[in-house]
Design a protein around this ligand. Sequence first.
Ligand SMILES: Nc1ncnc2c1ncn2[C@@H]1O[C@H](COP(=O)(O)OP(=O)(O)OP(=O)(O)O)[C@@H](O)[C@H]1O
Ligand SMILES: Nc1nc2c(c(=O)[nH]1)N[C@H]1C(S)=C(S)[C@@H](COP(=O)(O)O)O[C@H]1N2
Length: 201
Amino acid sequence: MSALEPVRIGIVSVSDRASAGVYADQGLPALQDWLRRALRNPLQFEARLIPDERARIAQTLIELADEAGCALVLTTGGTGPAPRDVTPEATRDVAERELPGFGEQMRQIGLRFVPTAILSRQLAVLRGRCLIINLPGQPKSIAETLEGLREPGGRVLLPGIFAAVPYCIDLIGGPYLETDPAVCAAFRPKSAQRPTCPPDR
Ligand SMILES: Nc1ncnc2c1ncn2[C@@H]1O[C@H](COP(=O)(O)OP(=O)(O)OP(=O)(O)O)[C@@H](O)[C@H]1O
Ligand SMILES: Nc1nc2c(c(=O)[nH]1)N[C@H]1C(S)=C(S)[C@@H](COP(=O)(O)O)O[C@H]1N2
């Protein structure tokens, strides 16, 4: 049995108004809250609040992936069709490979909550040993997208995208992530499952 490894996660809120102080940023707290509930590993966050500027977003993603050593970076905001929504372009600027399945599933989930989910151009990419995923800016969309949809009794109707994140990070050589199945049941093939020590020991 191995102890759960610490994981460094980049969280990036892309918002002109929140970064200028027009309103309080709710993106970073929502990301942190959800990740703390979902993951059992010790977590270290690298948090950034930045405006909707393509070069600034790209530079932040490079810094988090290459210098800070984040295994995962989640962005929120700037995925829509408005002229200043450029997060997907900045993400593609730094991408080595794209994982189109994430965007497909994220829009499917979003459509169960709002018809305008079709407007989000959100995507996921790989850069070295880092998985970068774009989430929409609406703070409630963060938990919706990561966790998916349940019926009132708790049964999962549509799995959130986070179910596939731990195995993806295994495959790119990152730390072994363990989730709380009550929040998000991660899927791994049996051959990839490892026994780990419970976190409270
Ligand atoms: N970081 C944030 N904190 C709090 N609320 C946000 C944040 N980002 C977005 N929202 C809310 O979600 C709505 C849709 O998000 P969207 O990313 O389209 O914002 P926007 O209209 O481009 O403005 P901005 O970039 O200035 O946040 C916003 O109008 C705002 O009400
Ligand atoms: N799950 C979910 N997805 C969602 C939403 C939402 O509320 N929940 N909002 C949508 C809306 S209204 C827009 S315009 C697009 C793009 O949002 P962004 O520009 O804030 O990233 O995300 C969409 N995706």
